[in-house]
Design a protein around this ligand. Structure first.
Ligand SMILES: Nc1ncnc2c1ncn2[C@@H]1O[C@H](COP(=O)(O)OP(=O)(O)OP(=O)(O)O)[C@@H](O)[C@H]1O
Ligand SMILES: [Mg+2]
Length: 459
């Protein structure tokens, strides 16, 4: 049974609402003062708060501010008179679910209450889910519920146990290194080193010594014996990142090591056996590199025994909310950011963005937004993406708007157009139109009163 808390300094309203809600089977708590509501909220058993806006001492707005910290899943409905609608709208910006005008129609009120309670159930469910990110959606440090990522997880599980080389391909920032990490740490070599080596950062002259090591006196400056990464990773995994950038001369030497399982340190003829698993990654298309003569075909075949292609983020939009959530939770844990959750409209914008920089770009955007957020709830306007998204249609608007456009009249015209368009899109169903606009039905009705109803098409 859902519990509704009613706060109003007018006793008549309290009595009337208590009776109405009880007859509908709700459990009802009432308070005349907002202060008395706080301990009830803190107990966490209030599903819905229905509060008057204007009250002596602590008012509805201040109470709303406390609800979020005391009982984040509770939905709040503001009761207000027509004259104070502006403040009710402000309250919704601060997180109220909806407002209802006094005096109200009982059927309207009950409908709004039922919808707000549905949202509470959803919020509770979400809170619970986000506290325990399902283990199905997580593999090692990788997160993903999309079928594409689930396939990647399956492949990782299948190859983790073997010693076969794996070629990991995917766009920049898509998670190739995390995939390599997961392969290593879920296999029998997990107790031995996982050693990432960036092939693009190796200079030709030093690369051979870096890979295979050198003996003392092998070249000027070689004052001591140095073990290369193959020997450092002994028994473990060598992750050759950006393998396409490996200088051609070294590609032949790498191939020989893969074939013979032994290395020769620079300055020595002696072969040293090595037991290392090779994982390689590249954001390039290695076949193209082979055709262009920049990558040895035999090495390509040797590395490409098993291939895992990490899909770009735009092809797995299902994962975006989950990744953004996880990233935000890490930031909150570290501290120092204001934003702690996303407004649904902000998530929508994240899901729509094409993410050329993939998960790394997403992480940067979330970090930026969490810092820039003006309240705990991260809004669309806190996202840098909004700038790029808005740029296009602002440019279109520029082409059409007269050079001298008065602010009020222009904004009203645009607002009216959007409201009427949403009504047309939803065949006049107000609840649907409100959803399209991301506002409540009461706010839509208020806007229609102010802006005017759409003209009926001539028949
Ligand atoms: N599925 C995922 N779940 C969680 N975090 C991820 C995921 N994919 C990538 N990341 C994070 O995104 C960032 C980039 O990932 P990573 O370094 O593995 O990408 P990459 O493909 O190796 O990129 P590059 O080609 O630029 O080297 C890292 O901070 C990583 O933790
Ligand atoms: Mg990488």
């Amino acid at each position: 049974m859902a519990t509704i808390l009613v706060v109003d300094d007018e006793k008549n309203y309290l009595w009337m609402l208590e009776e109405l809600f009880q007859s509908e089977g709700y459990e009802v708590l009432t308070c005349e003062r907002a202060e008395d509501a706080l301990p009830l909220l803190a107990e966490g058993r209030v599903d819905l708060l229905l509060t008057d806006l204007r009250m002596a001492e602590m008012d509805g707005m201040a109470l709303l501010g406390r609800v979020r910290e005391l009982s984040p899943a509770t939905s709040t409905i503001i009761m207000t008179a027509f004259g104070t609608v502006e403040r009710a709208v402000e309250a919704m910006r601060l997180g109220a679910y909806d407002f209802i005008l006094k005096p109200f129609n009982q059927a309207d009120l009950l409908r709004t209450v039922a919808k707000a309670l549905e949202r509470t159930v959803l919020l509770r469910e979400n809170l619970r889910l986000s506290q325990t990110l399902s283990h199905h959606y997580r593999f090692d440090q990788l997160i993903g519920k999309s079928s594409l990522m689930q396939e990647v997880f399956e492949k990782i599980k299948r190859v983790a146990g073997s010693k076969s080389p794996v070629l990991i391909t995917g766009e920049s920032g898509s998670g190739k290194e995390l995939v390599a990490h997961a392969i290593h740490f879920n296999g029998p070599r997990s107790g031995r080193p996982f050693l990432p080596v960036n092939c693009s950062a190796m200079t030709v002259s030093l690369a051979e010594s870096e890979l295979f090591g050198h003996e003392r006196g092998a070249f000027t400056g070689a004052t001591a014996r140095h073990l290369g990464v193959f020997e450092q990773a002994a028994g473990g995994t060598l992750f050759l990142d950006e393998v396409a950038e490996l200088p051609v001369a070294l590609q032949a030497k790498l191939l020989r090591v893969l074939d013979t399982q032994e290395i020769r340190r620079v300055g020595s003829e002696k072969a040293v056996p090595v037991d290392v698993r090779i994982l390689a990654a590249t954001h390039r298309d290695l076949k193209t590199e082979v055709h262009a003569g920049r990558f040895r075909e035999d090495l390509f075949f040797r590395l490409n025994v098993v291939r895992i292609d990490v899909p770009p983020l735009r092809d797995r939009a299902d994962d975006i909310p989950l990744l953004a959530e996880a990233c935000l939770r890490n930031l909150v844990k570290e501290g120092g950011v204001r934003g702690t959750r996303f407004a649904p409209t902000a998530v929508e914008l994240l899901v729509r963005h094409p993410w050329p920089g993939n998960v790394r770009e997403l992480e940067n955007v979330v970090a930026h937004a969490a810092l820039m957020a003006k309240s705990e709830e991260i809004q669309q306007s806190d996202l840098p993406l909004e700038l790029t998204a808005a740029k296009e249609w602002l440019a279109a608007l520029d082409r059409l708007l007269p050079a001298k456009s008065p602010l009020d009249a222009t904004l009203t015209a645009i607002e009216r157009h959007l409201v009427h368009r949403a009504l047309a899109q939803s065949n006049g169903v107000q609840a649907k139109a409100a959803e399209i606009l991301g506002i409540s039905r009461s706010l839509l009705q208020y806007k229609l009163k102010v802006l005017g109803e759409p003209e009926k098409p001539a028949t």
